[in-house]
Design a protein around this ligand. Structure first.
Ligand code: ADP
Ligand code: MG
Length: 299
């Protein structure tokens, strides 16, 4: 069983020690799966982290360069902590992150309409100030205001063949961190573009291209809900792609947070018979993967 597990950037904490704690916990869960015989590939988000890195950088450093730094910042903790967890169990595998570039269409309409929240949450007052300074800001799923950037759809994973070789040879690979560094293909040249690809879409693409059976999107909620955060909220345990399509039509999933997960889940679950996607929280991942909780999206 090959499984791609994507850890949500918002579930990775807001500082280095919270991040190590979250990744330490995730490593136990991943090591359990590897012990059980699962072939695990890891991906991760970077919303809060890429915003934090960008804030520390001089303005000449592009957002795409910040995405690559977030792959190293998060990937290194994953390599280090998962390796330790595996070695403690006598499993001597190499855990390796691949700086991943993901190609996007230059004409993607997302460049005209920024929807992807990055960085920390702000008050309405702070958001207004940033907007006056020319930045795009948006309310993020009832949790406060955040800066938003363009989020084009992934087309190709540039390093996919190398990733596949590493996986096929028994290494534990971390790829498509933060959705991958967005690039536009210009002949043989790959040009970086200032945007952040949603890791949900990039992970779905990664799972498809690696012929995975199972995609797991770990985030801040145990289950997906309809009428989310309203008095008549209802948690979903399994939905079909067709039901998901109807819920999207009703506007049940917030753009920039739950909507990309649902769309990515639909894409992967439809891509080949037998493939399915689980959405749950990091702390419930093990139970979810064994069928005990979360929301499963099936074809
Ligand atoms: P990640 O960093 O894991 O990608 P996001 O913050 O982008 O996490 O998206 C997950 C969040 O989406 C949840 O924590 C929740 O606050 C929000 N959300 C929006 N709509 C829904 C919904 N219908 N059901 C559950 N969660 C929702
Ligand atoms: Mg997200």
């Amino acid at each position: 069983m090959r499984v791609v597990i994507a850890l949500g950037g918002n579930a990775l904490g807001n500082n280095p020690s919270e991040q190590r704690e979250a990744i330490g916990n995730a490593s136990k869960m991943v090591a359990d799966l590897i012990e059980e015989g699962y072939e695990v590939i890891l991906a991760h988000g970077n919303g809060p982290q890429v915003g934090m890195i960008q804030n520390c950088m001089p303005s000449q450093i592009s957002l795409s360069a910040c995405v690559s730094m977030s792959q190293a910042y998060i990937g290194l903790d994953m390599q280090n902590l998962l390796r330790e967890e595996l070695y403690n169990r006598g499993i001597y595998k190499t855990v390796v992150s691949v700086i991943t570039q993901v190609s996007v269409e230059e004409e993607d309409s997302a460049f005209l309409n920024p929807t992807k929240p990055i960085g920390h949450f702000m008050t309405e007052e702070e958001a207004r100030e940033l907007a006056r300074a020319g930045e795009h800001v948006m309310e993020d799923a009832g949790r406060g205001y955040r800066k938003v950037v363009a989020s084009p759809k992934p087309v190709d994973i540039v390093e996919i063949q190398a990733i596949r070789n590493l996986v096929d040879n028994g290494n534990v690979v971390i790829a498509c961190g933060g959705g991958g560094v967005p690039v536009v293909k210009k002949g043989n040249r790959l040009e970086k573009v200032d945007s952040v690809i949603d890791k949900d879409f990039a992970s779905a693409r990664l799972a498809e291209l690696l012929d995975a059976d199972f995609l797991v999107l770990l985030t801040g909620v145990e289950r997906v809900a309809v009428n989310y955060a309203k008095p008549d909220q209802k948690w979903l345990s399994q939905i079909t792609v067709e039901e998901a399509r109807e819920y999207i039509r009703q506007g049940q999933f917030a753009p920039g947070s739950m909507l990309p997960k649902i769309e990515a889940a639909m894409e992967f679950s439809m891509s080949k018979a037998g493939r399915k996607t689980l959405i749950t929280m990091l702390e419930r991942a093990s139970a979810g993967i064994h069928g005990g909780t979360g929301t499963v999206v099936v074809a």
